[in-house]
Design a binder for this molecule. Structure first.
Ligand SMILES: *Cc1c(COP(=O)(O)O)cnc(C)c1O
Length: 444
């Protein structure tokens, strides 16, 4: 590639004038930080600074950056076949990935749709649910039920089940299908369980179950909708109610999967399984976009033996072999499966669980700021640390201070939160937490 820009300032100015970044304006957007490399837990800036990445590139880069094992998996697959269509063609990387997903998911999931991004995995899950009831000769069951404070992606189908206020539903009255919302569960993950949390869901099901196809929710951790950690007993209640009222249960594990909450999947905190689960984000260790919608034989076979016996979806890059090969390498790296047997992982000699628990212990230092002015709550679960402020934070101002302290954290709304790569060392984690605490003390 012949570069068209000579200096960082040149391409950065062009970026600012021509490229949209997530949720930004083209008119005087907040400045972006030029990043020129990434290695281990660090992002390298154009000025030569190294920032500790507290975001894992939005939950994805769970092993950090520039890992040889993932890069080698990519090189090998590029040499043989980076992409072929999945229609009428099968390839080993997809089968290798599917068998790994079935192995690491709780028992019961057997049928897999490989989507090209998390949102598409959600779209497919919703379609599965609607097609399931069509096949069952109950097409009127086509409404969805969910809780407030959720986030399932930005396309309209995903927005329609994400929080109506965060998602600004009022802007798109014709494009967003109206679904049913209940309040989010109030019982904290680490607090007492209050059975009352289930009452609004039960009432909604009692009234509308003839119209409801599925209940969709992020298990245990609501991510981009507010970083709320709720009690796993809620999920057991949902499973029971969905069975009682003949409604499918869909879990969105796109943010929580692959060990982030301390269990391989967040649903394991509740020891139940949904009918359909979506995974994504960390699936490829943060190297490429890939996601999966996984379901049980009950759902898959009902759809496949209905009046329209095909699942109506097939994106261009479905089952992309390059992404599948990297995902296999990332899962093997996480679980410590080398050469088909369970040796220890080169990154996690004591296992990923030990590493996540070590991070969870390190994150406890965030509690030091709990009583500070402006802070309303501190909560920690697995490798996720959240500081909730009383009012919306000034992202530009805070981020400038954080970067000056050599850490990368991107607050949103009232939340200053981190979910670092699992390879982070305890000293690096203390620097990261320390920088956040100092930043809050500076500004509040
Ligand atoms: C990020 C996210 C999505 C959307 O995934 P994309 O890959 O961004 O399309 C859906 N659900 C949850 C819980 C997420 O965190």
């Amino acid at each position: 590639m012949q570069n068209k820009f000579n200096t960082t300032q040149d391409w950065l100015a062009f970026d600012r004038a021509h490229l949209w970044h997530p949720y930004t304006s083209m008119h005087e957007p907040l400045p972006c930080y030029p990043i020129v490399g990434a290695e281990g837990v660090y992002l390298k800036t154009a000025e030569g600074k190294k920032l500790i990445d507290g975001m894992s590139s939005w939950w994805c880069a769970l092993h950090g950056y520039n890992q040889d094992i993932l890069k080698n998996a990519a090189y090998e697959q590029i040499e043989t076949m980076p992409h072929v269509m999945f229609g009428g063609i099968a390839h080993q990387p997809a089968a290798e990935l599917a068998v790994r997903l079935i192995e690491i998911l709780p028992k019961g999931f057997e049928h897999i749709f490989l989507a090209d991004s998390g949102s598409i995995a959600i779209e497919v899950a919703l379609k599965m649910a609607l097609q399931y009831w069509q096949s069952a000769q109950m097409p009127q069951k086509n409404t969805l039920l969910t809780v407030r404070g959720g986030y399932h992606g930005d396309p309209f189908s995903c927005m329609s089940v994400s929080d109506p206020e965060n998602g600004q539903h009022h802007l798109f009255p014709r494009a967003i299908t109206k679904h049913l919302f209940a309040p989010r569960p109030k019982s904290r993950f680490d607090g007492p369980w209050d059975e009352e949390d289930l009452t609004p869901i039960q009432q909604s099901l009692e009234r509308h179950h003839n119209d409801i196809a599925a209940l969709i929710i992020e298990p245990v951790v609501q991510g981009a909708g507010g970083m709320w950690f709720y009690h796993p007993a809620y999920l057991r209640g949902l499973r029971r109610l969905c069975d009682d009222y003949n409604v499918l249960l869909i879990f969105d594990e796109i943010a929580t999967g692959f060990g982030r909450t301390g269990e391989m999947f967040a649903m394991s905190h509740a020891e139940i399984i949904p009918d359909i689960v979506c995974v994504g984000k960390a699936l490829t260790g943060g190297m490429m976009s890939l996601a999966a919608t996984v379901t049980t034989p009950k759902v898959a076979m009902a759809i496949s033996q209905g009046a329209v016996p095909i699942l109506m979806h097939g994106p261009t890059f479905m089952g992309n072999p390059l992404a599948c090969a990297i995902a296999c390498a990332s899962i093997d790296l996480l679980t410590g499966q080398q050469d088909g047997s369970l040796n220890s992982s080169p990154l996690y000699p004591k296992g990923w669980r030990y590493k996540v628990q070590q991070i969870e212990r390190g994150l406890q230092s965030l509690h030091d700021i709990a009583d500070h002015k402006g802070v309303s709550d501190v909560r920690i679960l697995g490798a996720i640390g959240v500081i909730e402020m009383e009012v919306t934070v000034d992202v530009g101002k805070l981020q400038k201070t954080l970067v000056s302290k050599n850490v990368w954290v991107r607050p949103f709304g009232k939340l200053i939160y981190i979910m670092p790569p699992y390879i982070i060392e305890p000293e690096e984690l203390q620097k990261l937490c320390g920088a956040i605490i100092e930043t809050i003390r500076t500004h509040y």
